[in-house]
Design a protein around this ligand. Structure first.
Ligand code: AMP
Ligand code: MG
Length: 350
């Protein structure tokens, strides 16, 4: 593992040259963080167990949590997975490149460390030119989980990656702030009916519209150690700041009054409160720090802001983060609530 992390800026004059340096790092078994349309990924050669080990080490990720393998073309899937059915091909045609990970039966070539010991592999073709060019130039499939310390909010900018992983990885490509801000939708397509294991921008409704069926295979809370998870990542605490987080869900007027009461009580005890809230909710509330989730009816704006907001508030001298659960739950809203519920230490229904 390196002590010095090379930072490559996408707007530098010799970017092509720098990008080929990053691809060489991957070829030679090193680690490179790169932007995708969802969040920043921490990449290594998916077929080289020693390289993949470095991802787990840098993130402090549990070994049974499998990695998503990134490809630069649909054709590359045939090298990595077998028994790819019509459902999978239809979803690829509709949503790739894009924020959809397909769980397929793995070929033997994919090492156990990459699949977390499963007989399946998650494949995705990202909709980001830097990511696609890096994968293409590295000449291999690139395993890449989110480029954060395991458990922390996912990184939506290169600064977030630097906060967590500087000195622990070989390089970071700074491509600015990501487009979506939430991880990909994960769908198991090993059977006839696709099963959504993690919600994302591609919604269950989108999948149903494309292939005619869909099942929901995730829950929004963290599973107990004894419960079995269909997707191994489901059982771990996720996306959490160090500061305590309370998510407040319910009717807007009740959410507002609960927030006001909690803030008043904290202030009496000399404690400071940060607010992650929609414009409609935050207006009349007197918190010490504020980060906007945008408008209640525009969950895509919230998707773009939640991880950035949680990290921002966590960096402030506050004792409690209150999160506004009045957002619309349709479309990407389901994914936003999934992440917020996992990040919360406590959920109040009011
Ligand atoms: P991250 O890489 O941090 O975005 O997390 C990847 C997510 O995809 C985790 O929740 C994994 O459990 C899930 N995943 C990856 N590969 C598989 C697989 N083969 N089967 C089920 N879930 C998977
Ligand atoms: Mg992650």
């Amino acid at each position: 593992m390196s002590n010095k992390t090379l930072v490559i800026r996408a707007d530098s004059d010799n970017f092509e040259e720098e990008l080929s340096k990053a691809a060489s790092i991957i070829k030679e078994g090193g680690t490179v963080a790169f932007p995708t349309e969802t969040v920043y990924g921490l990449g290594a050669n998916a077929l080289d167990p020693d390289a993949v080990k470095k991802i787990f080490a840098a993130k402090g990720r549990p070994a049974d949590n499998p990695l998503i393998v990134h490809v630069s073309s649909k054709d590359q899937c045939g090298d990595l997975a077998e028994d790819i059915n019509q459902t999978a091909f239809r979803l690829m045609d509709e949503f790739w490149p894009g924020p959809l990970t397909l769980i397929l039966k793995a070929k033997k070539i994919v090492p156990e460390i990459t699949t977390g010991g499963l007989d399946t592999v998650g494949l995705r073709m990202p909709a980001n030119d830097i990511a696609l060019e890096l994968i293409r130039m590295s000449g291999t499939a690139v395993a890449a989980p989110s480029a954060n310390t395991s458990g922390r909010p996912s990184p939506t900018s290169a600064e977030h990656v630097i906060q967590d992983l500087d000195g622990k990885i070989d390089a970071i490509i700074d491509g600015g702030i990501v487009e979506i801000g939430l991880e990909s939708t994960v769908v198991d397509v090993t059977g006839d009916i696709p099963v959504v294991l993690r919600p994302g921008q591609v919604s269950a409704e989108d999948i149903k519209e494309c292939v005619g069926h869909v099942e929901i295979g995730y829950t929004d809370r963290t599973l107990e150690e004894s419960e079995t998870a269909r997707s191994p990542g489901m059982k771990y605490t996720h996306y959490s700041p160090e500061t305590k987080v309370i998510l407040i869900e319910g009717r807007p007027e009740n959410v507002k009054s609960t927030m006001t009461e909690l803030i008043t009580n904290c202030h009496k005890e000399g404690k400071m409160v940060g607010l992650l809230a929609t414009e409609e909710t935050s207006g009349s509330i007197n918190a010490d720090e504020m980060f906007s989730l945008g408008k209640r009816n525009e969950p895509a704006q919230a998707a773009h802001s939640i991880f950035m907001g949680l990290r921002h508030l966590d960096s402030k001298e506050i004792d409690l983060i209150l999160v506004d659960g009045t957002l619309k739950t349709e479309g990407i809203g389901a994914a936003v609530f999934n992440r917020l519920r996992k990040a919360a230490d406590e959920i109040k229904k009011v």
